[in-house]
Design a protein around this ligand. Structure first.
Ligand SMILES: [Zn+2]
Length: 246
């Protein structure tokens, strides 16, 4: 096979690997940020939860103050009871005291309810904190794994880049320039197979004469439609006879 064609095939193989690794490297921060979002959501939930607990505490304090005010009112009303002159005034004062006592009892019931809510909130808060700890640990583990993986595949990419340098030093510079241009224009594929007379990249057929020359492999040829470099791939008939022979 033509030496340049062989180098072009190897160059495409090295570039395929480099591109594969680069797209992996790019996908990693995205994966991590998805996990980071789950953690942030859990923390957000905890913050909202803290706010509702604070609100409940404030409500409880307000009710406490209300109870104090009402109790003071009851004490005052009881003193007044000794000073009233008529039955009517006496009954009115008693009714006022009863009303205030009922309010105090209602307020105390409310307070109890709030305290119960705060108690169950405490256990729920514990669960949320546990969840966040778990998520944090998972995220840290995942990040460590991804970091190690990233380091590993970057080292692999380095090996392929060294191979690429080695190949490009040997390759005819004009062909290298042409290769680079096709790579840019044709979706990172500059070298492709020709099988049964069809280009395996653009799927168009070439003239039998060109197919024959590609098969001989003694010179570099390009697809007349997509301009990619062509190398011969065994035809179906050839593969079948190879299988029979093998
Ligand atoms: Zn083509």
């Amino acid at each position: 096979m033509d030496a340049n064609l062989e180098l072009l095939i190897r160059l495409q193989e090295a570039d395929d690997e480099i591109n594969r690794i680069e797209s992996l490297v790019h996908s990693i921060p995205e994966e991590l940020s998805q996990h980071g979002a789950a953690l942030a959501a859990a923390k957000d939930k905890l913050a909202q939860f803290h706010k509702s607990v604070e609100d409940a505490k404030k409500e409880r304090l307000m009710k406490e103050k209300d109870v104090e005010t009402k109790n003071a009112g009851i004490a005052k009303a009881k003193l007044k009871l000794n000073e009233v002159k008529t039955n009517q005034e006496y009954n009115a004062a008693l009714a006022e005291i009863d009303n205030m006592k009922k309010s105090v009892s209602d307020l105390e019931t409310d307070q109890l309810e709030i305290m119960e809510r705060l108690d169950s909130a405490k256990s729920e808060e514990g669960k949320l904190k546990e969840l966040i700890q778990k998520e944090e640990a998972e995220f840290a583990k995942l990040k460590a794994e991804k970091d190690a993986y990233m380091e590993k595949i970057r080292a692999e990419a380095g090996v392929f880049r060294a191979k690429r340098d080695e190949i490009t030093q040997k390759l005819d510079p004009v062909m290298l320039g042409y290769y680079d241009r096709i790579m840019k224009a044709r979706d990172n594929k500059a070298v492709t197979g020709l099988k049964n007379g069809f280009c395996l990249a653009c799927f168009q057929s070439v003239l039998p004469q060109l197919a024959l020359e590609v098969r001989l492999g003694s010179a570099v040829h390009n697809c007349p439609h997509c301009q990619r470099f062509l190398y011969h791939v065994h035809d179906d008939a050839e593969s079948a006879s190879h299988k029979k022979a093998g």
